[in-house]
Design a protein around this ligand. Structure first.
Ligand SMILES: [Zn+2]
Length: 226
């Protein structure tokens, strides 16, 4: 079995290398699939995308999947620019507004999130490609969360008080880091969980048994869907 695994692994490695050579050989060819290309579309004026929900079986398959990273060519493509624009329109939708959104929530299994930076002047939405949490504080806090993909539900979740995120700079394709704390750090943790197929409801069980809801936890920011 171990041998077969090695052969398979070798085959995948060779195939990946061949794909990379092929991709580079084709100049600025991006790695978006036909499905992703169709879903994002080429209309740069297109708006809101459908938000995937946990009460739809097909949607759950995507919401539970692990997202793939972007290549340099992806980040330079029109598709990436349109995807960001449409994700922003979706998270700002007045019918279902949120404070953050992850690409899988609109059906694109890629490592991209938009987070409202409550820790910056003007509280702008910012996008982070190929993001992951590099370090988490041992100190944790309970806070209220909701999710655009989980209708009519909110709950308390235990999250690190600060985190260090790592992501790819879209212009230079270099890795950048940022230290984030407070409610904005909660949004980042919620959104990066989406990229691993994790939903906040996966993290609430221990809270229900370990901590009765206190008055302080009833004070929740509005809106706080992510
Ligand atoms: Zn969510």
């Amino acid at each position: 079995m171990a041998f077969m695994f090695k052969v398979r692994y070798l085959f995948i490695t060779v195939l990946t290398a061949a794909t990379l050579v092929f991709t580079q050989g084709c100049g600025d060819k991006n790695s978006f699939s036909d499905y992703e290309t169709d879903l994002i579309g080429t209309d740069s004026t297109a708006g809101i995308m459908r938000v995937l929900k946990v009460n739809n079986k097909q949607d759950v398959t995507v919401l539970r999947g692990v997202s793939l990273p972007f290549t340099r060519e992806d980040l330079r493509s029109d598709l990436f620019r349109i995807l960001k624009k449409r994700m922003l329109a979706t998270v700002l939708d007045t019918a279902n507004p949120g404070v953050g959104i992850a690409a899988p929530q609109v059906g694109i299994s890629r490592r991209l999130v938009a987070v409202q930076r409550f820790d910056k002047p003007g509280e702008p939405f910012e996008f982070y490609a190929n993001i992951y949490v590099k370090e988490s504080s041992p100190g944790k806090k309970y806070g209220w969360e909701g999710c655009l993909s989980i209708p009519d539900k909110r709950d308390t979740v235990l999250r690190s008080e600060w985190i260090i995120i790592s992501y790819t700079d879209e212009a230079t394709f270099t890795e950048k880091s940022d230290t984030v704390s407070g409610f904005t750090a909660v949004i980042f943790q919620h959104e990066t969980d989406h990229l691993e197929g994790i939903l906040y409801t996966d993290r609430t069980e221990s809270v229900k048994t370990a901590l009765p809801k206190t008055d302080s936890l009833k004070t929740k920011p509005v809106p706080n869907k992510q």
